[in-house]
Design a protein around this ligand. Structure first.
Ligand SMILES: [Zn+2]
Length: 373
């Protein structure tokens, strides 16, 4: 596999064992693998991109804005709040950073068909990147997956298998036969979070924020972010790792609840039921690694109710870039963290909006209607 100079290989997030670039899980213990970068070879944000440009399937993902939201900083009583708006990626979600790299890796391994189970955005993104590379794709999504995602999988020419039920039903149905999996937990999906971390620090001219709040599903991005921040410190580009907070809906919060309880492993949720579809992930692919990452970054989990999330999303849209229910989980989470005294008055806080607000407009509109508006 053709990688950039700083990539050493893969290493296990649990046992630390090195693994070949073609592996997708640790051969020794089965935990998720992450891309290992040589910090001495990283001199800029661009250096941590794992593949050379000519080996990357790209639709110009990334380079998203970090939008200051001063009214929210005033409300919370902190020095600054900014939203890294990942909704401005090509298919409107952070998944594009992950699928660009995972599809690139698959093609370098000779894949002509990729596939993933998905709550919706991952399948849309996989279909878009596969189409860009002129290979086939398959998305396995639950019935509750939004129409928009299903429609766009078809528009990009992907095969779509809609499974009755929820995300775990799609996982159970997903088979790796005759396709190359780009499913959650893939090391190069995690690397999408690493690239995001470096870009976020570069946006701030390497002045490290005090805290980053991320709405979390599988935990992949949390793992990637922590690795990216630690890499920036090792490379001498940044002087600290920000506290990393994972925000989840309280009815499906395996990572946040475990982090909050000091538990080492997430406990799968038996009956997940949140309005925030992208975050309804009861048994996260990178859950244990995410809990380790939160601990390493001195952060925590925060759980918020669907009602708090929807109101925070509407408030967020009034104050800053459009956020939907997924991004609203970060806004609700930062409010919850403020209530428990997590921040100082001089803190700089970054929220990540993983999904374009307009992708989830129906949820926000329903919320307003429930309030009689
Ligand atoms: Zn291992």
């Amino acid at each position: 596999m053709q990688t950039t100079a700083p990539v050493r290989g893969l290493s296990c997030t649990a046992c630390g064992e090195s693994a070949d670039l073609s592996e997708r899980r640790c051969p020794d213990c089965g935990a998720v693998l992450a891309v290992e970068f040589d910090a001495d070879a990283v001199a800029s944000a661009a250096d941590c991109h794992p593949f050379p440009a000519e080996s990357t399937v790209s639709i110009d993902e990334g380079a998203t804005p970090l939008v200051a939201v001063p009214e929210l900083a005033d409300e919370l009583g902190v020095n600054s709040v900014a939203i890294k708006d990942e909704g401005r990626n090509p298919t409107g979600s952070l998944a594009d950073r992950k699928l660009s790299l995972a599809v690139s890796a698959a093609i370098q391994q000779g894949a002509d068909r990729v596939g993933t189970p998905s709550a919706g955005n991952g399948a849309q993104s996989a279909a878009a990147y596969a189409a860009r590379a002129d290979i086939d794709s398959k998305g396995v999504v639950p019935t509750r997956c939004p129409f928009l995602n299903k429609a766009m999988v078809n528009v990009h020419g992907g095969d779509m298998h809609v499974v009755e039920g929820r995300y775990e039903d799609a996982v159970d149905t997903f088979g790796d036969e005759e396709l190359t999996s780009v499913a959650p937990g893939h090391p190069f999906r995690i690397a999408g979070g690493t690239v995001l971390a470096l870009e976020l620090l570069a946006d701030r001219e390497w002045v490290v924020p005090d805290a980053v709040v991320h709405p979390t599903g599988h935990g992949e991005t949390v793992v990637g972010l922590q690795q990216g921040f630690a890499l920036a410190v090792d490379a001498g580009l940044a002087d600290a790792v920000p506290r990393l907070y994972a925000a989840q809906p309280d009815s499906c919060a395996p990572i946040a609840a475990a982090a909050d309880d000091g538990a080492a492993e997430p406990v799968p949720v038996d009956h997940p039921d949140t309005i925030v579809g992208p975050l309804e992930i009861p048994d996260p692919a990178a859950g244990r690694a995410a809990i380790d990452a939160i601990e390493a970054a001195g952060g925590d989990g925060v759980t918020v109710s669907d009602k708090e999330i929807l109101q925070a999303a509407v408030d967020g849209c009034e104050l800053g870039p459009e956020v939907g229910a997924t991004g609203g989980t970060a806004v609700a989470g930062v409010r919850g963290l403020t209530d428990r005294g997590a921040f100082d008055t001089d803190d700089d806080v970054v929220l990540i909006n993983p999904v374009a607000g307009s992708k989830e407009a129906d949820l926000l509109r329903s919320h307003l209607m429930s309030l009689g508006m």
